[in-house]
Ligand binder design. Structure first.
Ligand code: NAD
Length: 362
């Protein structure tokens, strides 16, 4: 590979070409390689993986294969290290890379707890290098759509948010089942859906309550229910399950003027809003053994149904933001203080689950 190609010409403008090495070329390392092909100004120079067969696979893709992490760090052509190894190894690799003068992109969950992240941030600050976490689900279109409904007050005052991710195959049978490697769903999916909620609800969080499930695994959690209470009193229920043969909707949002639902990743769903004045002459509904006005379905003329304001996004903008930050043209979007707040929430959630108590947060 010709690495002297530092200048990339695009639309008549000269851009620096940033060279990146992927450390850990498994499922996600490979995905990064594919996505980075779409990004002008950034190229994957090579990989390092402790497994020889992953090196062989990388060679077939025309990538340089480094013999060790030290060889990667000694290569002056490398601007950015991208860490896509199991969760427990992120901290050590990140600190080593930052101290060697490299910028670092790190997979989520960034570390196993907030204390480890504080250590990394302090090294990044000391060595004046960029450290950024790949919180790619900020670009999920279901999330951006629900965020739009929330921010534009389409349902009036929101009082409940429910965010769920359900599967039925348990935890993948690899390092994700081991505590020492940072396995479990709270770390795996928890960081994604917490990051989304706190980006959307810009309030202090007062209370945290968490229950972990162990349906298929004793060592690590295979799911969780997490309730956050915000300063205004609104609540968010976050739930991940891996033994759910029937999935509940991805998002459910309740406001005093309406409700919204997003059923799935394909953005099937709707908004229902109250039309005009109060409903009068409610006809009670007769259930099997009772009568209820409270739970009677609404008359059609008192509500209107709307389509979701579907949002689109390009996740490769994550990498563009990284290189534009390095060249001084943009501010980094995934900020370390945001990631740290989420890791503190994760710490508190684990504690809450262990103590079976609601805990104070901010
Ligand atoms: P994986 O097991 O498929 O790949 C990990 C690779 O790292 C393996 O090839 C392994 O040999 C290699 N490795 C292990 N220790 C190493 C070391 N010390 N140095 C170099 N290589 C090493 O796992 P994965 O699914 O690719 O997950 C990797 C990371 O990516 C995890 O942190 C995971 O949480 C994250 N991830 C993120 C997303 C996302 O959407 N952001 C999705 C999947 C995985």
């Amino acid at each position: 590979m010709n690495v002297t190609d530092y200048i990339h010409i695009q639309g008549g403008f000269k851009m620096k070409m940033y060279h990146l090495v992927i450390v850990g070329f498994g499922g996600m390392g490979n995905e990064h390689h594919e996505r980075i092909k779409e990004v002008d100004g950034l190229t994957v120079l090579g990989v390092y993986d402790i497994k020889e067969e992953r090196g062989e696979y990388a060679k077939q893709k025309g990538l340089k294969v480094y013999e060790s992490l030290d060889c990667v760090l000694a290569d002056s052509k490398v601007d950015i290290i991208l860490i896509a190894t199991p969760n427990d190894s992120h901290k050590e690799i990140a600190i080593k890379a930052l101290k060697a003068g490299k910028n670092v992109i790190c997979e989520k969950p960034v570390t196993l707890n907030s204390v480890e992240l504080v250590e990394i941030i302090s090294v990044a600050n000391q060595y004046h290098k960029l450290f950024v976490v790949h919180q790619n689900r900020r670009w999920d279109e279901d999330f951006l759509t629900i965020k739009k409904i929330y921010e534009e007050n389409l349902l009036g005052e929101i009082f409940t948010i429910e965010s769920r991710v359900h599967g039925s195959r348990g935890i993948p049978g690899d390092w994700r089942q081991k505590k020492e490697h940072g396995g479990g769903m709270l770390l795996d999916w928890g960081v994604h859906i917490l990051d989304q909620i706190v980006l959307m609800v810009k309030e202090k969080i007062k209370k945290v309550y968490c229950q972990l499930t162990h349906v298929t695994n004793d060592e690590v959690d295979d799911g969780f229910k997490l309730i956050l209470t915000f300063e205004s009193g609104k609540t968010a229920l976050l739930e991940v399950g891996t033994s759910n043969f029937i999935s509940l909707p991805r998002w459910y949002l309740l406001g005093n003027n309406g409700s919204a639902i997003i059923e799935d990743w394909s953005l099937n769903g709707k908004i229902l809003r109250v039309k005009g004045s109060e409903e009068k002459d409610i006809v009670p509904v007769r259930t099997a053994a009772g009568l209820t006005k409270t739970m009677a379905p609404r008359r059609k003329d008192t509500i209107f149904e709307e389509k979701l304001p579907k949002q689109t996004a390009d996740v490769t903008d994550f990498y563009r933001n990284v290189i534009n930050t390095l060249s001084g043209q943009e501010q980094i979007q995934v900020r370390n203080e945001q990631v740290l707040r989420v890791m503190r929430l994760i710490d508190t959630a684990f504690q809450s689950a262990q103590l079976q108590q609601v805990l104070d947060f901010e």
